[in-house]
Design a binder for this molecule. Sequence first.
Ligand SMILES: NC(=O)c1ccc[n+]([C@@H]2O[C@H](COP(=O)([O-])OP(=O)(O)OC[C@H]3O[C@@H](n4cnc5c(N)ncnc54)[C@H](OP(=O)(O)O)[C@@H]3O)[C@@H](O)[C@H]2O)c1
Length: 295
Amino acid sequence: MKVLVIGATGYIGAAVAERLAGDGHEVVALVRDPAGSGLTGDVRRGDLREPESLIGAVTPDVDAVIHAASPTGDERVDVAAVRALISTGKPLVYTSGVWVLGRTGEPATEEAPVDPLPLVGYRPAVERIVLDGGGFVIRPGIVHGYGRGIPALLAAQAAEYGLGRYVHAGGPPPVWPTVHVADLADLYPLVLERARPGDLFHAVAEEGVPVSTIAEAAARAAGTPCARAVPWPVEQAAEVLGRPFADALALSQRVSGARARRELGWTPSRPGIVEDLAAGATEDALSEIGAGGTP
Ligand SMILES: NC(=O)c1ccc[n+]([C@@H]2O[C@H](COP(=O)([O-])OP(=O)(O)OC[C@H]3O[C@@H](n4cnc5c(N)ncnc54)[C@H](OP(=O)(O)O)[C@@H]3O)[C@@H](O)[C@H]2O)c1
């Protein structure tokens, strides 16, 4: 298949492009700045804010489109972008996120009603247009792997403050659903090959990991003298991170990824988030002492 990947320079998009290429698919990248993207091969210019640029990039030889770009957050713009992509008639996989579900106690399945935080208030409308148009939606949990993403932010915070912190809005410490970026990337070709038009999948390997444990692992990964984590009141975190993002980090969610396993044969196999952060710490420690991987 020839697959257009929108957001191929991003954390998720780059992993998806690599996975597709590894499977023998032809990858076409859509980026805002081809010359500055550092990508080679078939790289096309486009912008979510310019629907005609998206339609222009979906040439007849493109078999499918994967949208892994960060949305603008303006519902009107993001809806227009997916409408344009649906109008091409090519299968479309849209990358959403579990924050559309809001707080969940029991592991939420794809049947659970949405209750989005303000940060992602635009997303249900975008998802609906994709699904009604016969496209596919993937909702990743908190993505980790290769020292990037939100866990890397926790490690950076720990390095700055000398101990781990997790945003807390009161009550029991939150739990987060998580997925390794390489496992997430595995899901995209499975969706294109095996899902039915209008299908929605949660990409979650671990249903609910205590954020206090993740923050402790991040502190160890950052090499802080004190490898423990303390709550960071959401009001204080909001002053640093902005209120919408702080509220999102304080969100407690358990989310089920069973449907993708059951219906598509998805088998996440990479390390869980705590193990992954610990492995990063080991690599850092080795490179610091110049061991180059040798004991
Ligand atoms: N990371 C997570 O933990 C996580 C979890 C759940 C859901 N998600 C969702 O997954 C999607 C991708 O996340 P990510 O972590 O991979 O983000 P990322 O690393 O920040 O990458 C974002 C990508 O979007 C592209 N982009 C941004 N604005 C664009 C525009 N106006 N037009 C076209 N391309 C644009 C960027 O390309 P340029 O090179 O042009 O900047 C970049 O390739 C987002 O919707 C995010 O909300 C992420």
